[in-house]
Ligand binder design. Structure first.
Ligand code: GUN
Ligand code: ZN
Length: 442
């Protein structure tokens, strides 16, 4: 059965096994954070969750609504990717380089093509479809220095009614000529785009200096002014990813005692600032980040693929918001499940194990908190937007063998199955993706 009109509104109910997080399992016992309803009902009206609970309890009120039954499949909130470069999609999986050489060899030439609006739109369409195929329904996205690449992305996201955050990449030095902007022009373009796209439908804007190396102090100053003028837009950049990058940053900003101070001095560290990587931050930088309310995008596949280092997740999560991210094309997969597994391995290499529920939190509610979208998405709370995914626990022969047991009933059983889905799963795990209640083609 599909959705229909009920008293003039778009109404649909979903019945199945639901799993979400209602609290941070890094700071409270998992039993208080995980919600699992083996037979639940999610009631959606005009894209918003109107009711959620056990089927038995809601059946009387909503039994007559058009209902989609997902049987023994597992329904999760849509996954959230806190840092990803859409223009790098064509160069994902490029061989043999660490950050600075990888940027020069593969990334900059790839980004140089995005002055072409038609090409940009084609890649934006491909990228968004690939996200949806992987169960990712929201992302914080980097573009290029070309306004055409920003327009193409926002138009493609708007057409799909997706909740997305993005912004024009700012870079005025240390890049090939074809990727250098003029700081004043770039700031004016950013300003115009904020006015066009920020809070338009489900879209939001992020002011996006690439990183300290590629912006002159003048450009960072202009960016800081924009942030002061539009305090509720995001700031999105890279921080402390790679040893060579940190060394060059120190040379370029000798007046700063460390990397974070480069951003601090221009007013760029606050509660709507998201910093990708943050692998090598000092204790002082971590403390200042926590005090300012900044958030971190943890990019495990990228950190391993580019050989950047092991992110100190356990330390960061003591007082900083952290969300999971793929960082495609430095990252090697669009799948947030694969990304969770690599996060698990990074924790293992540092002597602790990341539970399946903590990993899922980092890709759902924790990611929503990282992006200051916790009132809007991240779980099945009534009033939130109904972006969710349906997993086929038997999607491959190996998954079917590993998950031969019926739907889990206890939290321990859920944890066990979720962990195996996370480690063995990829895009094939995603049976359906729903955006604002509606199932989309994947
Ligand atoms: N630092 C500056 N630019 C980039 C980028 O495109 N990818 C990654 N991983 N790090 C960066
Ligand atoms: Zn990145």
């Amino acid at each position: 059965m599909t959705s229909s009109q009920l008293s003039g509104k778009h109404a649909i109910a979903i019945r199945g096994a639901f799993l979400d997080l209602v609290n941070d399992p890094f700071h409270a016992p998992e039993t208080e954070c995980v919600r699992y309803l083996p037979d639940g009902l999610l009631v959606v009206e005009d894209g918003i969750i109107r009711a959620f609970g056990a089927y038995q309890a809601l059946q009387e009120t909503y039994g007559q609504w058009p209902t989609v039954e997902y049987g023994d499949r597992l329904i999760l909130p849509g996954l959230i990717d806190c840092h990803i470069h859409y223009p790098q999609t064509p160069v994902i999986a490029s061989y043999g380089a660490q950050l600075m050489e990888w940027l020069d060899t593969y990334t900059f030439p790839a980004e140089g093509k995005f002055h072409d609006a038609e090409y940009a739109r084609a890649i934006a369409d491909f990228f968004l479809d690939e996200l949806l195929r992987n169960g990712t329904t929201t992302a914080l996205v980097l573009t290029t220095i070309f306004p055409e690449s920003v327009t193409a992305f926002f138009e493609a996201a708007e057409q799909r009614n997706l909740r997305m955050i993005a912004g024009q990449m700012l870079m005025s030095r240390y890049a090939p000529d074809f990727l250098i902007d003029d700081p004043h022009t770039a700031a004016a373009q950013t300003r115009e785009q904020i006015q066009t796209w920020h809070n338009k439908g489900r879209l939001r804007y992020a002011i996006t200096p690439r990183f300290a190396i590629t912006s002159t102090p003048e450009e960072l100053m202009l960016v800081g002014k924009l942030k002061a003028e539009f305090p509720d837009v995001y700031v999105h950049t890279h921080l402390s990813e790679n040893a060579q990058e940190i060394e060059l940053t120190a040379e370029l900003f000798p007046e700063c005692k460390d990397y974070l101070q480069v951003y601090e001095q221009f007013g760029l560290v606050g509660d709507r600032s998201i910093f990708a990587h943050c692998i090598h931050l000092s204790e002082s930088e971590l403390e200042r980040m926590a005090a300012a309310g900044g958030a971190i995008a943890f990019c495990p596949t990228s950190n391993l693929f580019l050989g950047s280092g092991l992110f100190p997740l356990e330390r960061a999560k003591t007082d900083i918001r952290v969300g999971l991210a793929t960082d495609v094309g430095g990252g090697s997969s669009f799948s947030m499940f694969y990304t969770m597994t690599e996060a698990y391995k990074i924790a293992q290499l540092q002597g602790y194990s990341l539970s399946a529920f903590r990993a899922l939190y980092l890709a759902t509610l924790g990611a929503a908190e990282t992006l200051d979208l916790q009132d809007t998405i991240g779980n099945f709370e009534v009033g939130k937007e109904a972006d969710f995914i349906v997993l086929d626990r038997h999607a491959t022969p190996l998954l079917a063998l590993r998950n031969a047991k019926p739907l889990p009933q206890t939290l321990a059983e859920v944890s066990e199955q979720l962990f195996s889905l996370m480690v063995l799963g990829d895009d094939r795990l995603i049976h359906a993706t729903h955006i604002a209640g509606q199932r989309v083609g994947i």
